[in-house]
Write a new protein. Structure first.
Length: 190
């Protein structure tokens, strides 16, 4: 009897739509398609950015299976190390093919107080619902006062591009404590 009730309950969950921002059922998300990994066909990001500016990471990608799920973004900072991965969900209309940009707000966390010439790299790839991943793309970035972002090259220089999402990472200044106070130099030489 308990097995029958459990099966009916699971069947009802699979059949009911889930509120994910899209009108998809749980069944669609439980089915793990196999197939091909996503392919990033073009990408670009400026390699210098003024402290506090919005960094745009341009991406063109496709997936023959149409099941791209999320961007995976991992920042690494010289003198600090790696940050936890940030995930940006791929909107339903872009799961098969996309061309647009991701935003990263460099003012987040200690972004405005970062040392001049702070060096970062961001590794980006796309995962699909079947667990497949695209090749990784690595973008170097230097934060420098007075720097200006380069305009994007083709194919990102024509027409209006859509914002694909926002990368949420709060930068850490390794020269500060958790309250935004700088460490005195004498602590570095003990």
């Amino acid at each position: 009897m308990k097995k029958t009730v459990a099966l009916i309950f699971i069947g009802a969950l699979v059949a009911l739509p889930v509120r994910t921002g899209y009108s998809e059922s749980l069944a669609e998300w439980l089915i793990k398609p196999g197939g091909s990994p996503p392919v990033i066909t073009n990408s670009f990001a400026a390699d210098e950015l003024h402290h506090g500016d919005i960094w745009r990471i341009y991406v063109e990608a496709n997936d023959p299976d149409g099941d791209m799920l999320r961007f995976v973004c991992v920042f690494n900072q010289a003198g600090y190390g790696s940050y936890s991965a940030a995930y940006v969900v791929v909107k339903k209309q872009h799961r098969g093919k996309m061309k647009g940009y991701l935003n990263f707000f460099s003012a987040g966390g200690a972004g405005l107080r970062m040392p001049e010439w702070t060096q970062l790299t961001m590794t980006l790839y796309i995962q699909d619902r079947g667990g497949n991943a695209s090749s990784k793309v690595i973008f170097p970035l230097v934060l420098s006062r007075g720097a200006r972002q380069d305009p994007p090259p083709a194919p990102f220089d024509t027409g209006k591009l859509e914002r694909l999402g926002t990368i949420s990472v709060e930068l850490v200044n390794p020269q500060e404590d958790g309250n935004g106070h700088r460490f005195p130099l004498r602590h570095l030489f003990r």
